[in-house]
Design a protein around this ligand. Sequence first.
Ligand SMILES: Nc1ncnc2c1ncn2[C@@H]1O[C@H](COP(=O)(O)OP(=O)(O)OP(=O)(O)O)[C@@H](O)[C@H]1O
Ligand SMILES: [Mg+2]
Length: 329
Amino acid sequence: MSRAPAIEVRGVTKRFGDVEALGGVDLVVEPGTVYGLLGPNGAGKTTTVRVLTTIITPDSGTAEVLGLDVTKHPQEVRASIGLAGQYAAVDEVLTGRENLELVGQLTHQPKSTIRARATELLERFDLTHAGDRSLKTYSGGMRRRLDLAASLVHRPPVLFLDEPTTGLDPKSRNDLWDLIRELVADGTTLLLTTQYLEEADVLADRIAVIDRGTVIAEGTAGELKSQLGATVLEVAFPDDAAAAGALATVGAVVAGAETDGSLVRAPVHDGARAAMEVLRALDDASVDVSGITVREPSLDDVFLSLTGHRAEEGDAPPDVDDPDRGGDR
Ligand SMILES: Nc1ncnc2c1ncn2[C@@H]1O[C@H](COP(=O)(O)OP(=O)(O)OP(=O)(O)O)[C@@H](O)[C@H]1O
Ligand SMILES: [Mg+2]
């Protein structure tokens, strides 16, 4: 079974002035699979997607979509991909239907089919009732759905979704996840970027964790999470000093315990049992506990364990230096 990869990125670098956005990215996405590119703000996710969708050219390295080099065959690549997400190009003034029909024209679909395709997509994305309204009247969730619909007009075999659910409420996010799952059920190859481990976990067959322009880990969600235990145990203490004082007691029960302010955190496999044992040990030592939590690891936990720094280290300033960025919608 050696089919050519649907997406193959080798040693891609990209600089913007002083900023090294990509420092040698490698990715291989098998056809018909969902690949998650997971990383915090400024990691290089959008830059990677922009290289693969021929919007920008890499400084070095190669990127191929369906065996076509993105710099040598940009037209052919564009014909076989769809792009939706963070900085999508839907027109505010036009209606939902007009946006879809415009994409049909721009992608050279047969005139006779464009209207029917728009109708079909409005239906599929639950936008029929809003099809003749200007996008200005759409909610965030509706825009994301229309944007996704627009990326599908020409039935691309390879789809790129750049943070498709960022900023959506949990219900809209879940709805969009369902739609995305339906999309890939028919064999579309999907590369999806996200800041949420949960999203990558739910949708992606494989995940690359990207940080500061390089891939720092790659594997299935299960493989990545097992690197730090299936769950995270967090014990809260009244203050930092109490946490520091309790570290040895917690550490004697569960390996890999670390303090974080007034918390002591440890990766564990059997969360409930570990919580009970830790509480018992702390009780025996007469240590006061403010709270205890057992939860799924977050991107932040994965990061901390892989890099020793948090995903949200410092608030990155908004990118105001790029005129073609529309900002988050
Ligand atoms: N056109 C540009 N001009 C200058 N710097 C840029 C440009 N595009 C990206 N960068 C910088 O490159 C780095 C990677 O940016 P990129 O947009 O790829 O990150 P991201 O992972 O998509 O982040 P986010 O989650 O915030 O969307 C950042 O430091 C960003 O500021
Ligand atoms: Mg981005």
